[in-house]
Ligand binder design. Sequence first.
Ligand code: GLV
Length: 323
Amino acid sequence: MKLLVTRPIPDQATARLRAEPGVETTVLEESAAMDRAVLLDGAAGADVILALLTERMDGELFDLSPNLRMVANMAVGFDNVDIRAASARGIWVTNTPGVLDGATADLAMALLLAAARRLPEAERFLRAGRYRRWGPMLLTGQEVHGRTLGILGMGRIGEAVARRARLGFGMEILYWDERGRPDLEQELGVRRTDLDTLLGAADFVSIHLPLTGDTAGLIDAARLARMKPSAVLVNTARGPIVDEAALAAALRSGAIWAAGLDVFEREPEVHPDLLELDNAVLLPHIASASIPTRLAMAQLAVDNVLALHRGEDPPTPVVRGTR
Ligand code: GLV
């Protein structure tokens, strides 16, 4: 089996691939796959590609890779993979669900707190030598504990955020999801609402939806306008779910209080207006970036590759292939 790994991944995961008899592993250099021609060239002879969310896996690449049996994505999100094109060709697609829920939920809470309590702004203030004395109104922000959190998408990560917010911060939890979660309604007292009700009632809105045709542009100017002027929006899911220009305008005008963003519409670009706003907390897509979690994601991607190689069932398929 010829395996292409599109960028270096943690060593322990690569070592398992190299130790597997019959697997010939090529790891592209860190920035090589950014050059589409290099990626297509590397993919051309591959039986399996272990890909990162930075690489577009589409029909063009599949057609140039006649032996391709699997794309093992090292991410839970798989909007970088054209699922329809893969299915049509019988190519397996796998992702890394579950192992990153805790790290991602931790970071969503960190962004929520940082935006509400103005942490990056306060640190910039201090480092600029502007902290001369304590002040009763100095850098005051929004209360977190006991407030209402609206969760868009109550899957595994949304649930992990709900647990932290409810049990750790005593927050009231509303959620919007096509699937009800009576288990969590019972256990945590979370309440399901329609989107507009949630946006109007929540002090914090945190996004945990996949990026699909239905969710792209979901949080647009009209939906931002439904939020409270004191509200904080947190996005650790995918950037295109939020209209970034509309968000920047809402933050600038005070239509909402603040935003904490780990993801952007056109990564690694960030809308220039956001970069100028103190009430936007901006991170470079690091929600799952704890050392143990990134290793677990890599190991799960490797589990999928090795299962295919050994004729076993890949553990976390998105598309079941036929090749
Ligand atoms: C990261 O964004 C992931 O989808 O795993």
